[in-house]
Design a protein around this ligand. Structure first.
Ligand code: ADP
Ligand code: MG
Length: 232
């Protein structure tokens, strides 16, 4: 199947005290294999909310979310955790590597959580690190690596389980210009290997890497850019 994830009229409201915040208006999109989708918009516009819906981290207030054709609304936390582990790879702005573990051990971690043997996990982790060009720094602790290198290890960790969907929240926000290109090239390469890659950003310069762009403005997500000059 070509579509790996869908939101259908999915919206999200947050209640804080007696305040109701609409983070995302009803939104419908399909996310396909071999596609890098950029989700672009200013801070507070609802980008992370959309990504969190796709990542089964939050439930929509209304509407539906499908992963691999399965409706995720109302599934148990245990089932959701399984879906996340088997279908979805996450990459964050702050890398979120485990500090006491070296690169190889960080990438092995999700496989060990899946119950895969240590020797197989090691082999697959090495292959993932080779894919992102980090084979020479596998034994380094995160603190010995540059931001760009840490993010490439984080990408290897996200792809080692062979997820159909890669969700990246501001993956280049903490990087220097050169590392931004390297990391985006890696994500672009992954999108050509049958995965659907979604990248949240507020950086318009990343447009050049996108197969398609979803603009998010004040909780409204659309493939048509808003008139707002901040989007051009
Ligand atoms: P972005 O990622 O584009 O910066 P978010 O999706 O994080 O935007 O947030 C959209 C809106 O929802 C913002 O107004 C934010 O303050 C609000 N929001 C996000 N998460 C929560 C939460 N857990 N509780 C209450 N409000 C939230
Ligand atoms: Mg955000």
């Amino acid at each position: 199947m070509n579509i790996v994830a869908s939101v259908k009229n999915a919206s999200k409201q947050y209640k804080t005290g007696d305040m109701l915040i609409t983070a995302l208006q009803p939104t419908s999109f399909d996310f396909r294999r071999n596609e890098l989708t950029l989700i672009i918009g200013p801070s507070g516009s609802g980008k992370t909310t959309l990504l969190s819906l796709l990542g089964c981290v939050i439930f929509p207030t209304d509407g539906e979310v499908f992963i691999g054709g399965e409706l995720i609304n109302g599934l148990s936390q245990k089932k959701l955790a399984d879906i996340r582990l088997n279908n979805i790879g996450f990459v964050f702005q702050s890398f979120n590597l485990l500090a006491p573990l070296n690169g190889l051990e960080n990438v092995m971690h999700p496989l060990l959580l899946m119950g895969i043997s240590k020797s197989e996990a090691k082999q697959r982790a090495e292959e993932a690190l080779i894919k992102v060009g980090m084979q020479d720094r596998m034994k380094n602790l995160p603190k010995m690596l540059s931001g760009g290198q840490q993010q490439r290890v984080a990408i290897a960790r996200a792809l080692v389980t062979d997820p159909s969907l890669m969700l990246c929240d501001e993956p280049t926000a903490a990087l220097d210009t050169k590392s931004v290109s390297v990391v985006m090239e890696e994500l672009k390469m992954l999108s050509t290997t049958g995965k659907s890659v979604a990248v949240v950003t507020h950086d318009l310069r990343l447009k050049q890497f996108a197969d398609r762009i979803i603009y998010v403005n004040d909780g409204v997500a659309s493939e048509t850019p808003p008139e707002d000059e901040n989007f051009h």
